[in-house]
Every structure is written in C-alpha cells, then in structure tokens.
Design a protein around this ligand. Structure first.
Ligand code: BTN
Length: 233
C-alpha cells in the first residue's frame, strides 16, 4: 500500500512528503529543520535515529483526524514489542508521545495538507541517541538503546509499516473503538493523578478515560473535564 522513499538529508520529512502522492512514506537519515508539536524543534542530526512521515487520505467519515495519533502510538509500541523477547515498560502518553521507563523516546506530529485532503503523520523515534533535556521539553528524553533495547532502525521501520497497514485498514473498516481499547492498554498514568498543560492554564485531576473522539477525560474537583489538546506532564 505505501510507497517508501529513502532520503539522506531533508529540511523536514513533513515538507518533503508534499512532493509525493498520497500513501507515501518518506524516511530521512537527517533533518535540518525537524519540527515537533507547538513549533518546538525536533533535533534530527543523528542518522542513527528514525525520522519518517506518512501521508494518508482523510476522506473517510469513520475516521477522525486525531485517530491517527492513537494508531501511530499503538503501532510503534507493537512494532518494538514484536522485535524483543523481554518485557518492557512502554507506554502511550496522551495525545502523541511514546515513553519507555517513563521517558520520551518517540514523538508524533499530525498535520493536514488541506489542498490535497491528506493527513501527514510525522514520527520521530530515538533509537540510538537523544538530545539533551532543554527547558522547552516537558518530558525527559531518552533513546531505546540507553534503556537496554537494542534494535536496528531498519527493523523497526519494517515492522512499523506492516502493522500500520494492517491497523489503518482495520480503522477504516471498523472505526475507533477497538483502537481506543488497545491504546488504553498502554496508557501512561491511567487512573492516576495527572497535570495537563493547556495554552494558558493547567488542569489537575485523575486520568479517567479517553472518549470516542480521542478527547482526554479527567476527574477534577469540579467534575469531569474534557480536554481536546494539551500536554500531560
Ligand atoms: C513531538 O513530540 O512534538 C512530535 C515530534 C515529531 C518529530 C517527527 S521526526 C519526522 C517528522 N518530521 C518532522 O519534522 N517532525 C516529525
């Protein structure tokens, strides 16, 4: 289903993918202008890590744009788990990070190509190295190798593509409910107290659930709060 394009150095795979038809995966060894959520930089000068973008069509009514972050997190987790035998502490952090041993090694960025009706999913995986913690980062970074998980980036990519194809077909055919349950199996701090940073305020409460739109539901002193976007920290 996906056409895979391997490139050495790009500004950002998020930009380069716009030169290709839908259902393309662009993989780059390095990015000179890698970007993350909220215009944060995604440092990408190490060819030993994975930087990929995928384009998918956004026409299907069953599929809300945000479902692709849940899908990508679950696929990253299952790809990694399928490559190792030992048990690992790997978690999906709402809405778009993946953690190992409580530290971030993978970030997911969703953008829309409105002209062509595409969704572009960008995924950065720190396989063998990670940037130093800087102020703008809300979560401590790490890489898989440092956490004792030694796998090749090519192996992760191959598994990722296979599982992504299978699960995205399932999402199109069956909708979000099975994926919501699958994502919740790995959810970081589910049932525990969390802090969520919104644009201008912070909300504290117990992480209860995510609803059928992917909205975060937390129990605060004032009752259930539905949060559409923010950062858990
Ligand atoms: C985040 O955690 O804020 C999301 C980070 C997304 C990084 C990836 S790396 C591949 C793709 N190209 C980019 O410029 N960003 C995404």
């Amino acid at each position: 289903m996906f056409n895979i394009i391997n490139l050495k150095e790009v500004t950002s795979t998020m930009d380069v993918i716009k030169n290709y038809p839908v259902n393309t995966i662009v993989v780059a060894d390095r990015q000179t202008k890698g970007r993350g959520k909220n215009d944060r930089e995604w440092i990408s000068n190490e060819s030993e890590n994975l930087y990929i973008s995928l384009s998918v069509e956004s026409k299907n009514k069953n599929v809300n744009y945000s479902y692709y972050t849940f899908l990508s997190s679950v696929v990253v987790i299952e790809a990694i788990k399928s490559l190792i035998t030992e048990d690992i502490n790997i978690k999906s952090k709402w809405p778009n990070d993946v953690l190992v041993n409580g530290k971030k090694f993978c970030g997911i960025l969703l953008e829309r190509d409105l002209q062509r009706n595409f969704i572009v999913i960008g995924i950065g995986i720190n396989v063998n190295s990670h940037p130093e913690l800087i102020d703008k980062m809300l979560f401590k970074p790490t890489n898989l190798l440092e956490e004792g998980i030694s796998i090749k980036k090519e192996e992760i990519l191959e598994k990722f593509v296979n599982i992504f194809e299978e699960y995205s077909n399932r999402l199109l055919n069956e909708g979000f409910e099975w994926l919501r349950k699958e994502w919740l199996k790995y959810a970081y701090n589910l049932g525990k107290e969390i802090n969520v940073k919104l644009k201008d305020l912070q909300v504290n409460g117990i992480f209860e659930d995510i609803d059928k739109d992917g909205t975060l539901l937390i129990m605060t002193e004032a009752g259930i709060a539905k949060i559409l976007s923010g950062d858990i920290f």
